[in-house]
Design a protein around this ligand. Structure first.
Ligand code: 4AD
Ligand code: MG
Length: 462
């Protein structure tokens, strides 16, 4: 079989040759003498037009009735049609039906709402939009690995089941087991669960950072890339209960190095997708977010802004804007504030640094003012926070004091404290929300529409 992607990318190579393409019917229309099928073979979000005529097919009537989503194998001549609406077509000589399709197939040829498509997560990858989104998602994953591997970073697999709540926000899902001893007793039909399988309470990871730090102090530069879980009960367009995160961690690096790496990574990823998925990007630009390509091109060619939290608060207060949530030093920036900074004030990605220690995690390095920590969040237009990072507190005593101050159990972090005892050099890292960068690059407005199988509160269909 020839891939439809190759028909688009290398049309001249195939011109006037006999080819075979296997795929699914997207549309089928015609008369009693001829018809047109849009066939999608999965190699590309675009389909190829197949023209079939009664004169050449002995099964013409059967093909004329082939419903949307039937699977066909088509052999015919590939002809360029420079004067027609579509650039080329296949003039069929033979069409074999490989699989039929029921007429109640829910994805008919019309615009469906995103909400409707979410209800059929098992079928929506067959639509043009989701075909483009998930191919780009796959490509971005590859680009991220390539960026770090080319720089000699080691890819480390941090555990999914863990006892440490890295962010300390109490958003961990608990891992329990069916209590086997209790099973025979269950005549009330109630299932008993037990959480002593691991000998202590365990949960699903909210971040691989703490474990990544152990590897950074052995390999110098490392990164994680895996699923993370948060029981955040916030129903927004950018939070999911299961999402993917990339967490580089670098020894001998401070906050500025951290931001340099993050900025270079962002530019690399965007450039990679623009070069390798130009057709998908044009599609998003036309149907999902007008101005997307311009915006992303500008980003590659200009420096990201870097401002401190204190400066950000000052700018927001002076803006005269009536925010729902009033701005004053010490508050955690809300999405409305983040978006105002990047969309209204700077119109480009902005790093905000040095947040008050009270609103950030325990592991961030305390600044000399004793009030702020060496944190850096990257905010981007349309999405808001896409990266959260910091220089880590490498000073044993300062970290110990911080852990006590917050009321965490120091014994649980003995191994983390050990890193500070044995060659605990300064080090930094950040977490990139993978699903959020997919939103950013495709222009999709809801995280549910860039996750293949979104898990959010009250929603995990299968
Ligand atoms: O800012 P966060 O919570 O940072 C950390 O977890 C650090 N341990 C990272 C590090 O320094 N290694 O999360 C990092 C990023 C956010 O900026 C956001 O893009 C994404 O992860 N994120 C979510 N994405 C989707 N759904 C959620 N519920 C998310 N929570 C965070
Ligand atoms: Mg954050």
């Amino acid at each position: 079989d020839v891939e439809v992607k190759s028909l688009y990318r290398e049309s001249l190579l195939h011109a006037d040759s006999e080819i075979t393409v296997s795929g699914w019917v997207r549309t089928n229309r015609g008369s009693n003498k001829f018809g047109f099928i849009e066939l999608n073979d999965g190699s590309f979000f675009k389909s190829v037009q197949v023209v079939y005529e009664a004169e050449f097919l002995d099964n013409f009537e059967e093909i004329a009735k082939a419903p949307i989503s039937a699977a066909l194998k088509v052999t015919g001549t590939f002809v360029l049609t420079p004067d027609a609406k579509q650039p080329f077509e296949i003039k069929a000589k033979k069409i074999v039906i490989e699989a039929g399709s029921d007429p109640d197939y829910p994805l008919q040829k019309k615009r469906h709402s995103m909400e409707f498509l979410r209800e059929i997560a098992h079928l929506r990858p067959r639509s043009n939009t989701f075909s483009a989104v998930f191919r780009v998602r796959s490509m971005v994953a590859y680009a991220i690995h390539k960026f770090f591997q080319d720089k000699n970073f080691v890819y480390v697999h941090t555990p999914i089941i863990t006892a440490s709540d890295c962010e300390g926000a109490g958003e961990m899902f608990k891992v329990t087991t069916l209590d086997m001893n209790d099973l025979p007793k269950g005549d009330d039909g109630k299932v008993e669960y037990s959480d002593d399988f691991f000998g202590k309470e365990a949960g699903l990871t909210v971040s691989g950072q703490l474990e990544a730090e152990t590897f950074a102090l052995a390999f110098r530069n490392v990164y994680t890339f895996g699923p993370t879980f948060r029981a955040e009960n916030s129903n927004t367009a950018r939070h999911a209960s299961e999402f993917w995160m990339i967490e580089p961690e670098m020894a001998f690096a401070e906050l500025a190095d951290n931001m340099d790496t993050a900025e270079a990574m962002m530019k690399y990823i965007i450039n990679y997708v623009m070069e390798n998925a130009p057709e998908e990007m044009e599609f998003f630009n036309k149907f999902i977010d007008k101005g997307l390509i311009d915006r992303l091109s500008n980003i590659i060619n200009s420096d990201f802004e870097r401002i401190s939290y204190t400066e950000a608060v000052d700018l927001l207060q002076k803006s005269g804007e009536q925010f729902q949530y009033p701005v004053q030093w010490g508050i955690d920036l809300q999405t409305e504030h983040e978006r105002y900074l990047t969309e209204k004030i700077y119109k480009k990605p902005v790093f905000v640094t040095d947040y008050p220690k009270e609103i950030k995690a325990f592991y961030m390095r305390l600044n000399d003012d004793n009030k702020t920590v060496a944190a850096c969040d990257l905010l981007v237009p349309g999405v808001g926070e896409i990266i959260g990072g910091s220089q880590r507190e490498e000073r044993y005593d300062v970290l110990k004091e911080r852990i006590e101050e917050i009321g965490m159990t120091e014994e649980d972090y003995w191994w983390y404290m050990d890193l500070r005892k044995y060659g605990g050099v300064k080090h930094s890292g950040y977490g990139l929300g993978f699903d959020r960068i997919i939103m950013y690059i495709t222009g999709m407005g809801n995280i549910r529409d860039v996750l293949p199988f979104p898990r959010t509160p009250k929603s995990a269909e299968f």
